[in-house]
Design a binder for this molecule. Structure first.
Ligand code: ARG
Length: 487
């Protein structure tokens, strides 16, 4: 029995003559959060036990008992029959403990030629590669949604901005396609990150491998990894793959946050470009008239939290000597929280896109004001042989004249146009219409509906390629098997 304030002897307590203090144990235990890795820990242990038998380090019968026992432990955890305990510190010791309780002495052979240092690195990689594929599926859905909306709004004219000042007319479809392209890069970054996560560290032991004749490649193959993290010191101390993931999702969140910011602006009375459905907005407890874009604001707010996890881990890592240090246990909570946060944001934003009503009339009206077609006039002059710099100055003077006489370009008559340049003709009135301005911008990636449709097509085929890639990777990683467990 443990003394008051102390807990029982640990699996590693051979050289210890005192039990761990309860407070010290609570402080260093990670089970409250790393229990999330139970399935991956068991999956890795099964592969390890099979390899130990195949290399003659344990017998085939022992391996079989261990594997069967581990599968039972999995069922016990999932059905709630087994409870994970703080006494056993972390998920690795908990599972080894439950296994040994279940199958007796032979369970003690599982940890041969292995350390929790390579084990935790393995578990995290197994876990993260699944989460990346799940997240990629959600981002894919969000992009598809943006593209559907872009298609619907290929001819919905709105002002395009620089410096948040009206600049040139574009379409809402063009604007939404910009987000689809950003998110496509995010998807590609997640794909690249997956390839570096998908490497097997097991067999590195505590830091320097083992004297026993293990077969590292066999474990990697069983778990569907594409290769090994060969250097044993690197294998146990590397967390680049988490940093890289957090960087990728930070960029993704930054994109979601920019879109959220635009929605918030657009939903204001000042812009009035969009109305968010009541089902995706909230009210004020004091001001009866309020309808607030809380969901978008929260996505913007949570972006800071995800950046925080990236900075937190980079800072944890920067002073660590090789190889494993317990500081590395701090990699998990931020990672888990980032995954939950990003997935929730992507999912809720995808839904929210179904609940927006764009005020097309108003957007059109705003695009038609404020000299948005001034560049088109300059290009009209360029097409008639006038150097661009000179054309720019001429149009600047026309704008100043219109402002002074309190009119829009469309309200000037031909005689007035000709005071500024003799090359102006009747056709200038067509050129300064917003529809013309949009339709004539047909170069690749431009706002003309035909260019937008072409871009939507390119993005859709890229999505299809990435879906195929994802299916192949899921298959290689054995993720179509029940709960990712190897047969
Ligand atoms: N719970 C630990 C972690 O998350 C597992 C590895 C512990 N290794 C050790 N030598 N104490 O990093």
């Amino acid at each position: 029995m443990a003394a008051e304030g102390m807990i029982g002897l640990k699996l590693w307590a051979g050289r210890f003559s005192q039990e761990t203090d309860r407070l010290a144990n609570k402080f260093q235990a990670s089970i409250s959060f790393d229990q999330r890795l139970y399935r991956h820990d068991i999956q890795g242990s099964i592969a390890h036990a099979k390899m130990l038998a195949s290399c003659g380090i344990i017998s085939a019968d022992e391996s079989k008992q261990i594997v069967e026992g581990l599968k039972q432990v999995l069922l016990d955890i999932e059905s709630g029959r087994s409870v994970l305990s703080e006494e056993q510190e972390d998920i690795h010791l908990n599972i080894e403990y439950l296994l040994t309780q279940k199958i007796g002495k032979v369970g003690e052979k599982l940890h041969t030629a292995r350390s929790r240092n390579d084990q935790v690195a393995l578990d995290l990689r197994l876990y993260l590669r699944e989460e990346i594929l799940t997240l990629m599926t959600s981002v894919d859905k969000l992009i598809a949604k943006f593209l559907t909306l872009a298609e619907q709004h290929q001819s919905t004219i709105m002002p395009g901005y620089t410096h948040l000042q009206r600049a040139q007319p574009i379409t809402l479809g063009h604007h939404l396609c910009a987000y689809a392209s950003m998110l496509m890069r995010d998807l590609e970054r997640l794909r690249d990150t997956f390839d570096r996560v998908n490497q097997c560290p097991l067999g590195a032991g505590a830091l320097a491998g083992t004297t026993l004749p293990i077969d590292r490649q066999m474990v990697a193959d069983q778990l569907g990894f594409s290769g090994l993290i060969a250097n044993t010191l690197d294998a146990v101390s590397d967390r680049d793959f988490i940093v890289e993931f957090l960087s990728s999702v930070s960029i993704l969140m930054m994109h979601l946050s920019r879109f959220s910011e635009e929605l918030i602006l657009w939903a204001s009375a000042e812009f009035a470009f969009v109305e968010i459905d009541d089902s995706y907005a909230t009210g004020s407890s004091m001001m009866p008239q309020k309808k607030n874009p809380d969901i978008a604001e929260l996505i913007r707010g949570k972006t800071g939290r995800v950046y925080g996890h990236l900075l937190g881990l980079l800072t944890t890592l920067k002073g660590l000597p090789l190889a494993y240090n317990k500081d590395l246990q701090e990699d998990k909570e931020g990672l888990f929280d980032a995954i939950d946060t990003v997935l929730a944001c992507v999912t809720v934003l995808t839904q929210m896109l179904n609940h927006l009503r764009f005020n097309k009339q108003h957007m059109y009206g705003q695009a038609s004001q404020g000299f948005a077609c001034a560049t088109d006039v300059a290009e009209y002059l360029v097409a008639r042989g006038i150097p661009f710099r000179e054309a720019h100055a001429v149009v600047g003077k026309i704008v100043a004249y219109a402002l002074k006489t309190n009119r829009d370009l469309s309200q000037l008559d031909l005689g007035e146009w000709r005071q500024f340049s003799p090359v102006f003709n009747e056709d200038i009135f067509q050129v300064i219409k917003v529809e013309t301005a949009v339709n004539r911008r047909r170069t690749i990636g431009g706002p003309a509906p035909e260019a937008t449709i072409a871009e939507i097509g390119r993005l859709r085929s890229r999505l299809a390629e990435l879906r195929k890639w994802k299916e192949e990777k899921a298959k290689q990683a054995g993720l179509d098997d029940l709960a990712g467990m190897p047969a």
